[in-house]
Design a protein around this ligand. Structure first.
Ligand SMILES: [Zn+2]
Length: 477
């Protein structure tokens, strides 16, 4: 393919000031097994294995400071598409909003390959999921589910300015859940959605030890009291913290949202351009980094989809906002530095600002330190619902599993634990950040943004964190 794209650029590259083309192949493999009680029989049903593959070319042209883009599934249609984009740039020139004439030229070259693909056959994966689904069933459990997604992406990006990046990325998400039922009420316990760049074989090893805990905790929940209402201290496990970071730090700091590009769909941001470098986002314990180089997280790459080299960057340092999540175009528009974060969901979408691996750096507190510090509070694990306004200011999260904390000790399990807050006061209530022993990698394959919609994978490595005086409520509220 490299020879074909080089040939295309050598024949057509002089038609504009800059032409780039990206060849993208995406694969998504989906497997699921479900168990359920039908009278006295426990049955596991393996749903059909499905695979989706898309392949095509994304073309970008800059002519006289006008940037236009298009896409095609066919290599043979690239020359025609290129001519149309050149014509479109000429037509759009009088209406140009941003002049890209002086955008710095990118000239990088490199290859990247993430974790290897699994060697397990589809049949072996389905059989393993069926085993998990059966293992999750026991007396009192009504249904169980074991779901696995495997994603693969190959990109080859070349430009007339000398960019050549060749990348291959893999990832997997494994979801295990058990639902208990009593007197018409149900409670579901799960492992969250473990989205990692890890060999599926290794993920399976960890999962096989997790089934007993999940089914036991589902039964605990169905017999538990509701989470109490009130203002109290809150300790959050990484499988809830990751979404807290994602929604109330990641999205409001995306530069295209701050610029208003996403206002019509994904939303705006309470953060303004003048806040970058000046805003106290949280207590000095809060250190947030952008790092696509962490190999076990799912948004791992060496170059973003515009050819910027991926480098670790401080986003919030000692509580202060120091940098936003803006890619090549957004940085140029605002004349500020950013990160290598422009990504596209597919060959037929343009790269936009996306968080990649966005992490909270570990602190110094052990898990026991955090629990001991709480006189009256609650510990929550595993996100199950979320709601946040389109300025990313006010939020509400529901979690699967709570335990009361009284006088420094973990106590009774409670069901339907929820909390709500306002972004800046919440991060200013951060009282402890867990050490590296408490850190866990999470993420999602389904961060949605853009119009038309673009779904991308994002990773979050986060420790356990504790907060003072948070508004907590249970199922009755
Ligand atoms: Zn998202």
């Amino acid at each position: 393919m490299k020879k074909d794209l080089d040939k295309f650029l050598s024949l057509h590259g002089r038609k504009a000031d800059m032409i780039s083309v990206t060849h993208i192949i995406d694969e998504m493999h989906y497997y699921q097994a479900r168990g359920g009680k039908d009278k006295e029989d426990v049955k596991c049903k393996a749903d059909p294995y499905s695979i989706g593959v898309t392949e095509g070319f994304y073309l970008e042209v800059v002519l006289d400071g006008v940037k236009v883009y298009g896409s095609t599934p066919s290599l043979s249609q690239l020359p025609g598409l290129c001519d149309r984009l050149v014509d479109r740039a000429k037509v759009l020139k009088p209406y140009q909003l941003i002049d890209f004439t002086h955008q710095p030229k990118l000239s990088v070259s490199g290859t990247f390959c993430g974790q290897p693909r699994t060697t397990l056959s589809p049949r072996a994966i389905q059989d393993t999921l069926c085993d998990y689904s059966n293992d999750l069933m026991t007396d009192g459990i009504y249904t169980s589910e074991a779901t696995c997604f495997q994603i693969y992406r190959e990109t080859l990006f070349v430009s007339t300015h000398g960019v050549m990046t060749d990348q291959e990325m893999h990832g997997s998400a494994l979801h295990l859940s058990a639902t208990a039922e009593k007197d018409g009420e149900t409670q579901t316990r799960s492992n969250g959605f473990n989205c990692l760049q890890m060999m599926l074989e290794d993920q399976f090893k960890e999962a096989s030890e997790d089934c007993a805990r999940i089914r036991m905790q589902a039964l605990e929940l169905i017999h538990a009291d509701n989470c109490p209402d009130g203002v109290m201290d809150l300790v959050l496990a990484p499988d809830q913290m990751y979404l807290q970071v994602h929604e109330s730090i990641g999205h409001p700091l995306e530069l295209d949202r701050i610029l208003g590009d996403e206002r019509n769909y994904a939303g705006f941001s309470f953060v303004g351009l003048s806040d970058i470098g000046n805003l106290a986002y949280g207590t000095p314990l809060l250190n947030v980094t952008f790092d696509p180089n962490v190999s076990s997280e799912i948004a791992n790459y060496a170059f973003d989809d515009t050819g910027l080299m991926a480098e670790k960057r401080n986003i919030i340092k000692d509580g202060q906002l120091v940098r936003a999540l803006g890619g090549y175009d957004s940085q140029y528009r605002c004349n500020i530095s950013g990160v290598a974060c422009a990504r596209q969901t597919s060959w037929n979408r343009a790269p936009i600002d996306r968080m990649a691996n966005l992490n909270i750096e570990p602190g110094h507190s052990s898990f026991d330190d955090m629990i001991t510090s709480v006189e009256n509070g609650i510990y929550m694990e595993t996100n199950r619902s979320w709601s946040i306004d389109d300025y990313r200011r006010k939020f509400q999260f529901g979690t699967e599993y709570g335990r009361l904390i009284q006088n420094g000790k973990l106590g009774a399990v409670v069901k339907n634990p929820n909390y709500r807050g306002i972004t800046l006061p919440f991060w200013h209530a951060l009282s402890h950040v867990g050490n590296a022993d408490t850190q866990k990698i999470s993420g999602t394959l389904w961060c949605g943004k853009g119009e038309p919609n673009q779904i991308v994978r994002v990773g979050h490595a986060v420790p356990v964190c504790a907060f003072k005086g948070i508004n907590v409520f249970g199922g009755a509220a």
